[in-house]
Design a protein around this ligand. Structure first.
Ligand SMILES: [Zn+2]
Length: 340
């Protein structure tokens, strides 16, 4: 049975400790869009055009924000489209999204609540600017949570790690952020996911670093290993797409073994099961210096310093962010509702 649980309890710590994670990642010079929001007729037209499309019921009070209603609706639509493009489909048929106004400017924190339907809450500053919406990662992170079954508490690192890893790839593929920024973010973050003295496997070390970045490190290592072992035919996304295809979204509870098995079967190699034994059941470290070198990611003084396209795994690195022309099979429809 599904139990009521909230995802992202560490999200605030992520923002504060993360630095580059969100609040500090603000750039751009677009002004708030003052044009009026979509008309009722437009909403009805969208609904009629795609009666079976996944529905995102977006609740907020337009008077609570400096940004226009249209800007906020577009940001949600763009984030949902980006996630749907990565997975080939939007992960659930229905989700409620609440935008809760808070003091100041910027997207502060997000949560997923296991309500029926699933509910995402984003706390967003009343004075948030368009440039901050453009740079936002929080909403995509929360939407990625919808694409994995609810797991036992000890596997929380996979839920947060997958969201941390996939969010950035989703945004690069959608053209919302560039590869340099992504690898720079990964160089900065992945080191925080390595085991420290006294740590056990990911299943038994629920610290912030191991949960978010240890989980992301698991996903990155798995992605690269799947791509190498299948000669570039498949990546982690193919494993995750298959899990969704057989109903493995946030609405259901699965044992982790089923996720690993369905994912591995989809790509024909036993990478997820193997890496789970290495990193989750024991504290095996990843030699990140050697990893970045093989991937052709220059690192200087712990920071990203450029790409080396002659590196042995440079093509693997490029394939991770390569855009596919494949469209999502079920484009989500965002419907605004009053209140938040
Ligand atoms: Zn999360």
């Amino acid at each position: 049975m599904k139990h009521r649980r909230t995802l992202c309890p560490f999200a605030f710590a992520f923002l504060v400790i993360g630095g580059m994670g969100g609040a500090a990642c603000l750039s751009g010079n677009q002004q708030p869009n003052a044009s009026p929001g979509p008309t009722h007729a437009e909403h009805v037209a969208e609904k009629v055009a795609s009666p079976s499309a996944p529905r995102l019921d977006l609740h907020f009070d337009p008077d609570a924000f400096t940004l226009s209603k249209k800007s906020l609706v577009s940001w949600v639509q763009q984030s949902a489209d980006a996630v749907a493009a990565f997975y080939g489909r939007f992960p659930v048929d229905r989700v409620r999204i609440d935008l809760r106004p808070v003091q100041g400017a910027g997207i502060r924190v997000g949560f997923v609540f296991d309500d029926e339907p699933l509910r995402i809450r984003i706390d967003i500053g009343r004075e948030t600017q368009q440039s901050q919406l453009n740079d936002d990662w929080v909403l995509v992170h929360e939407l990625v949570h919808l694409a994995l079954p609810d797991l036992d508490e000890r596997h929380h690192w996979l839920e947060e790690g997958l969201a941390t890893y996939v969010e950035r790839i989703v945004r690069v593929r959608a053209g919302l952020v560039d590869e340099q920024e992504m690898w720079s973010h990964f160089v900065w973050g992945m080191a925080k996911g390595r085991p420290r003295g006294g740590d056990r496997g990911l299943d038994a070390t629920p610290t912030w670093g191991r949960t978010y970045w240890g989980g992301a490190l698991f996903c990155m290592v798995a992605d690269v290993r799947i791509r190498r072992q299948t000669q570039g035919q498949f990546g982690l996304e193919d494993a995750m797409r298959s899990i969704l295809l057989v109903g493995g979204n946030r609405e259901v509870v699965w044992p982790i073994e089923r996720i690993l098995r369905v994912g591995d079967d989809a790509v024909g190699v036993h990478v997820l099961t193997d890496i789970y034994a290495e990193m989750a059941l024991s504290p095996r470290d990843v030699d990140l210096d050697a990893f970045w070198q093989r991937m052709g990611v220059y690192v200087s003084n712990g920071e990203f310093a450029g790409f080396d396209d002659s590196a042995p795994w440079a093509d693997v690195r490029k394939s991770i962010t390569q855009r596919s022309d494949q469209l999502a099979s079920n484009r989500p429809v965002v419907l605004w509702r009053s209140g938040g």
